[in-house]
Write a protein that binds this ligand. Structure first.
Ligand code: OXD
Ligand code: MN
Length: 610
């Protein structure tokens, strides 16, 4: 370590670069006094720093170097620390109603008291790392700064990839710039002389992922898993940022951003919200199969959007890397992701091959022997998966072969289309075009999806996941719907067009009806052609759908009955859906915007008049 053991009382707490921000220095001092680390280390974000930390983690056995991928490593987490934990995630506001019915709530005083008790002495024997980071390119008018304190070198290395870390951020902060303090500890103090374990963390009941949106503050304790520990991502860029965005008149969304380029060279910018592990990364890196169409990736998980000087909505990807789900990623499903992962990647909870590479379910036929994600021998046919279903890769976005040359444009890209969706085996057709903005907000507010392994809990249960933001909205979801309606009013006729998709509909025999992946470009092209008024649609009670002949299916051997089923709107199924939507909205009580109540009435009327 370069700036090793530094006494806590040292001026400026041992930062290797000038820090003139008194509030930041005070906060670091305060946290150090509470958490009692052995030393403090200020990150500079340099490749040398990454290499030193990785070398130390490799030497300790926490990281395994991969022989087949340059500068890449595999980590294996504790088996109880593999995913986000929504049950242990809190939005702590003074009034419970301000967190709303979709969030867990504990009053700030009580939560801080409990967590202060946990933080006391929690970094004993460990290093306190200070990570100054920027969400968005440093200096972009849309970027925001955070400082994460953590006792995990794994977190530091992941933050290097996922955000812009270091000295430049401290310079941008100056003496009194705004930053979001993000405090993280794995919650596993080391007694003097005790050996560390490979993946330190705290038991489930001591894990807390806490947000104080009224003071832009994040406290996370007990988990080293990405979504709980890389605090720039879900905690800052979604939960805290969504609350900031409402106050300041913009949107922080769980969305990929892509640029689709038509055969005539016209650019369409599309932002798409899908729940975790529902194919955002695949769509973000889509390779269109439709002749002449091309796509560039701008982001795969988060979009911050602002109304620009021309009245249009502009989006940036605040992240610098991809923290993607590995299982299911293959040369067929996402060749661009596979190419992105060729080097400089942190893999977590993947299986290890005998020749020193990673493997996961869905990548290729299983090798005859592997070491599974828990370090045990594995053979094809074993009952348990070799990689954890939520195994992840962390990789720099710039390595993506189809990253857009404009992905770091400080002012962002102007959005033409919003897509919402989820994973549903039935009921929801392949694509719906909203009648107007309010109807689009209604489609998004009632989005539903089967749960995935990205959260600890049951997989495959259908739940409403409004805007794919249920786990990430930092305030009352009913107010969030209202904010979207208000943004639509401000955007007027410059608002992006809204669509809803479902790539995951199945036949009665349980087979996928739509091939997905690159073929999704056919649906995207229909959307773009709708914008241009070049292609038709049929009006149904639930929105506008393509007629079978409106989709360009040239070269795709799609059975006619599949297409029919993909575009079928079943009146009985939709009556049941309507009742479920009414139940879903009930939990928001009087806070639900009247305009969404009206949408329910409109849908009921349309269903009853067919
Ligand atoms: C993610 C998630 O990691 O949504 O992006 O869980
Ligand atoms: Mn996500």
């Amino acid at each position: 370590m370069q700036n090793k053991s530094i006494p806590l009382e040292a001026d400026a707490l041992g930062a290797p670069y000038p820090v003139i921000h008194r509030r930041l220095l005070h906060w670091v001092e305060e946290v150090a006094a509470l958490c009692q680390p052995q030393q403090i280390y200020w990150c500079d974000g340099s490749p040398a720093e990454y290499e030193r930390l990785m070398a130390a983690m490799t030497a300790s056995g926490a990281a395994i170097r991969l022989k087949q991928k340059s500068n890449s490593v595999l980590f294996r987490s504790h088996p109880g620390d593999v995913a986000r934990i929504e049950d242990r995630t809190f939005i702590s506001t003074h009034h419970r109603d301000d967190a709303g019915p979709t969030n867990n709530w504990i009053a700030p005083d009580e939560l801080k008291r409990t967590m202060t008790g946990l933080y006391r002495g929690c970094m004993a024997g460990r290093t306190l790392y200070v990570i100054p980071f920027s969400m968005g390119p440093i200096g972009s008018p849309l970027a925001k700064i955070g400082v994460e304190i953590t006792d995990s070198a794994y977190v530091v290395c992941n933050m290097h990839i996922m955000t812009r870390v270091g000295r430049g951020v401290i310079e941008a902060l100056g003496a009194d710039g705004e930053f979001v303090p993000c405090l993280h500890s794995v919650g596993a103090p080391l007694r003097p002389g005790a050996a560390d374990i490979v993946w330190p963390c705290a038991p489930l009941e001591q894990k807390y992922i806490s947000h104080f949106p009224e003071e832009n503050l994040i406290w996370s304790y007990g988990s080293g898993y990405g979504g709980n520990a890389l605090l720039g991502k879900k905690c800052f860029a979604l939960r805290i940022a969504s609350a900031m965005a409402r106050r300041e008149g913009w949107l922080a969304e769980h969305m990929l951003i892509l640029r689709l380029i038509s055969p005539t060279g016209k650019h369409y910018h599309i932002a798409g919200a899908f729940p975790s592990a529902c194919g955002k990364t695949n769509l973000a890196m889509i390779q269109p199969t439709l002749p002449g169409w091309r796509a560039e990736c701008i982001g795969d998980d988060i979009a911050w959007t602002h109304i620009g000087p021309d009245g249009r909505l502009y989006a940036i990807n605040p992240e610098a890397g991809f923290f993607g789900v590995a299982p299911g990623t293959s040369v067929r499903s996402n060749p661009m992701a596979m190419a992105t992962l060729r080097a400089n990647t942190i893999f977590t909870n993947c299986a290890l091959t005998d020749d020193g590479d990673v493997w996961w379910e869905g990548m290729s036929p299983a090798p005859a022997h592997l070491i599974d994600w828990q370090g045990r021998a594995w053979h094809p046919g074993d009952a348990r998966p070799a990689a954890h279903p939520n195994a992840r890769f962390t990789v720099p976005a710039v390595q993506c072969p189809v990253i857009s040359p404009d992905w770091e444009k400080p002012e962002g890209v102007p959005l033409d289309i919003f897509i919402f969706g989820g994973r549903r085996a039935s009921v929801m057709p392949l694509v719906i075009e909203a009648f107007d903005w309010d109807h689009g907000v209604f489609l998004a507010a009632t989005a539903s999806s089967e749960t995935t392994a990205a959260n600890v809990g049951a997989v495959g249960n259908l739940r409403r996941d409004p805007f794919a933001m249920r786990p990430f909205c930092g305030y009352n979801m009913a107010d969030y719907f209202g904010h979207w309606l208000a943004m639509g009013d401000r955007l007027g006729d410059r608002a992006p067009r809204i669509f809803y998709v479902n790539w995951f509909r199945k036949s009665a025999a349980g087979k996928w009806l739509w091939p997905g992946y690159g073929e999704n470009s056919r649906v995207l092209a229909w959307m773009c052609d709708r914008l241009e008024g070049r292609v038709g649609a049929q009006t149904t009670p639930i929105g506008r759908l393509p007629e079978p002949t409106d989709l360009d299916l040239n070269g795709l051997a799609l059975p006619t009955e599949n297409l029919h089923e993909l575009l079928r709107v079943d009146a009985n199924e939709w009556q049941a859906e309507l009742s479920d939507i009414e139940r879903h909205f009930t939990c928001f009580g009087a806070r639900l915007p009247e305009r969404l109540r009206q949408q329910v009435i409109n849908l009921a009327t349309r269903l009853n008049t067919v």
